[in-house]
Design a binder for this molecule. Structure first.
Ligand SMILES: CC(C)(COP(=O)(O)OP(=O)(O)OC[C@H]1O[C@@H](n2cnc3c(N)ncnc32)[C@H](O)[C@@H]1OP(=O)(O)O)[C@@H](O)C(=O)NCCC(=O)NCCS
Length: 136
């Protein structure tokens, strides 16, 4: 398996099914995921805080490239490229596939107490959950 991150291609992104599941920001850093020479999806992160090593991550794959563990591998490449230490993910409660995919690669759901606190402060929507993974 040959996986690479190449420059973000907005036209390709616009063709992706379920692209509305991810939140794009002007402050985000995005890449096109290339799998064996084919455009497979988009991975990115929105930096958070002042340390520069933490970000909210976002991935969307074209349907034919799902279920092969590519999102986890693409996140690893991005983490190495940018020296990131922590990735956060905000996911719709109903997006079970995404929650499962993140759990499989070591993301942990924040505790209910922590999520309730974030919701009370307006940092997390009622219908969303928050996951986190620390990298070495
Ligand atoms: C969420 C997403 C990035 C996961 O990436 P992935 O690399 O496919 O993840 P995995 O390979 O670990 O597969 C996760 C689950 O997808 C499901 N799956 C397997 N094959 C699949 C396929 N061909 N099509 C769709 N889902 C499939 C399985 O339930 C699998 O879990 P399992 O291996 O325990 O059975 C991808 O499904 C996607 O792009 N979804 C649409 C956009 C989205 O919701 N992004 C996340 C926003 S928070």
């Amino acid at each position: 398996m040959q996986l690479e991150l190449k420059d973000f291609d907005k036209d390709f992104f616009e063709t992706l099914q379920d692209k509305e599941e991810i939140f794009m920001s002007d402050k985000g850093v995005y890449y096109t995921i290339i799998y064996d020479g084919h455009k497979a999806g988009v991975v990115g992160y929105i930096p958070v805080g002042t340390s520069g090593d933490t970000g909210f991550t976002q991935t969307v794959l074209a349907p034919e490239f799902r279920g092969k563990g590519l999102s986890g591998a693409a996140k690893e490449l991005m983490v190495k490229k940018h020296g990131l230490k922590t990735l956060l993910a905000t996911i719709r409660k109903g997006n079970i596939v995404s929650i499962k995919a993140n759990e499989k690669i070591g993301f942990k759901m924040l505790s209910e107490e922590k999520m309730a606190e974030l919701r009370a402060k307006g940092f997390l929507k009622e219908g969303d959950i928050r996951m986190e993974k620390r990298y070495k």
